[in-house]
Design a protein around this ligand. Sequence first.
Ligand code: SF4
Ligand code: SF4
Length: 439
Amino acid sequence: MRTFPGGVHPFEGKSYTEKKKIEKLPRPKQVTIPLQQHIGAPTKPLVEKGQEVKAGEKLAEAEGYVSVPVHASVSGKVKALEDIDHPVAGRGPAVIIEAGETEEWIETIKIDEKYQDLSSDEMRKRIQDAGLAGLGGATFPTHVKLKPPEDKKIDVALLNGVECEPYLTADHRLMLEYPADIIRGFRIIMKILGVKRGIIGIEKNKKDAAEVMKKQIAGEGDMEVMVLPVKYPQGAEKQLIKAALDREVPSGGLPMDIGAVVQNVGTAKAIYDAVSSCRPLTERVVTVTGPGIKEPKNLLIPIGTHYQDIIDFCGGLTEKAAKIIMGGPMMGIAQPNLKVPVIKGTSGILVLEGKQAHLPFEEPCINCGRCVEVCPSHLLPTTLQRLVYHERFEEAGKLHLMDCIECGSCSYICPANRYLVQSIRHGKRQLLRLRKKAG
Ligand code: SF4
Ligand code: SF4
């Protein structure tokens, strides 16, 4: 089977939820909807305190092309517009809505039987208006990714059903339970990009999903399912492209530089909803899991729901629960409290116990070279860390610091517990800041 160089095999942890069907979380009494949930320009609020809103109504509009609007996930009254603890950015502005007694939706959501006849531009417009940003976690505005510059010839679209991050099973369940919607969304992606080849990448540990998707594409001669070995980070865009197409994204480049565009399976379903019925992105599937959760589940959750409400629905925390992470253990972000809300990029809520929750002390590097062996981006993590510790960011840049995909494989494998990915992430931010300052 095809794969990419490097990578690691962390504990999978998927048995907590891989057999659990997606349940719908009961409507929360209050939601907190951050105004920035995507990579790109911020949004401008359109509502005021005290205003009544319907579910699906636009709360904030995109400012600029690389930006997407934000919508209400419940109907009710705007209680406040204020800064909150943001699950990714630390702090950020949000609209807080108190849900009304009954759910009222905007009238514009309805099935368009003729959506397939829309032009690529009309489809992209619906995707942009729906506020779509990559649901795999990267949250890059979807309409931008689907409009590569004229000089980039795209010949293949990849649908990412790899879900290599340990513990997470949201994409796995989506493929089992919504295969038709996902493939309709993939067909829209292929039409917009004008490509005649579509590959659906799925890791071998999800054989049932691969079978379901194969059945779903029977008769679609331009699509194929590619089963890939279980290895982390197989689901990272560049690694998926390397495995599926044996093409390498150049240093500092993007998949579109080598003729490929990758979209996640959850995004494909949301694309279908947006294009076929003008449905904005107001909910997503989240895996709520880990040893610190009493009843792990896969849940369909309104954007803006507080972690506390979700964890209560999952039976609460265990006595030893010690750390809450948005996402998985390799690339996730530790959360400060249970008031933080679900956003478009929340693929999982992972609760770890006891020892798992603490970073061990760093010890001196023993020059074993394992971090170099596993780095899927062909970097020298230990050298980069040393340069970052000495604030030699420009030198680290020359050693391709910015090509680090922050997968954490180097830190995972290191016998000396070096804080490699943490240092490199810090170095990337500093280098970006310096470059911005220098113009
Ligand atoms: S240096 Fe970056 S890309 Fe390489 S293994 Fe470490 S985190 Fe992953
Ligand atoms: S894996 Fe750790 S100990 Fe080994 S070379 Fe890399 S940083 Fe040093």
